[in-house]
Design a protein. Structure first.
Length: 174
């Protein structure tokens, strides 16, 4: 049975009892991640199975999913994107330990009490899942009034735009 993951937990303890855990946290709890979004609506859902590996290190395998609102960089309108990913983590207590890890496990650093906050456990993974280019997949999904305005501006260019003072200038010269 899946148990709810507490806000802070000891991965080694969970791994020793081979615990399956689930977690649901509001997006707003992930400060660095939500700073990249249009707003903090929604929640992050994750489930993970904890186990000890051959070298008695705690590991967690599972997946996370969320849907969040970001700003389209083409039309500046809000859009919803779905993120979902499988992860494999190995918990380590100092940076040095990370060097001998197998590639398919991403090292996660626990604190001096061998604990980690649930938010810290998932935040980097969430940030990595965000596409680098946040735009509507199809340009037709974009706010067309903005697209047209941008295109018109690009075609005419700032130098050719109508300047109301140019007429005034003429009048003054006459
Ligand atoms: Zn767009």
């Amino acid at each position: 049975m899946e148990k709810k993951l507490p806000p802070k937990f000891n991965p080694a303890e969970l791994a020793r009892s081979r615990q399956k855990s689930q977690l649901e946290l509001p997006v707003s709890h992930f400060k660095r991640f939500s700073a990249l979004l249009a707003n903090t609506e929604g929640s992050v859902v994750a489930s993970a199975g904890f186990e000890l590996n051959d070298t008695k290190q705690a590991t967690a395998k599972g997946n996370l999913r969320t849907s969040v609102n970001v700003t389209c960089q083409r039309c500046m309108r809000e859009m919803e994107i779905q993120l979902s990913n499988n992860f494999s983590f190995v918990f380590i207590s100092d940076e040095e330990e990370a060097i001998d890890q197998e590639d398919d496990y991403d090292p996660v650093l626990v604190d001096d009490h061998n604990e980690i906050a649930a938010v810290d456990f998932l935040e980097d993974e969430l940030i990595l899942q965000l596409p680098l280019r946040l735009v509507h997949e199809d340009e037709h999904q974009c706010d067309q009034s903005v697209i047209t305005a941008v295109k018109t501006a690009a075609q005419t260019g700032p130098a050719k735009t109508h300047n109301p003072f140019s007429d005034l200038d003429k009048l003054l010269k006459n």
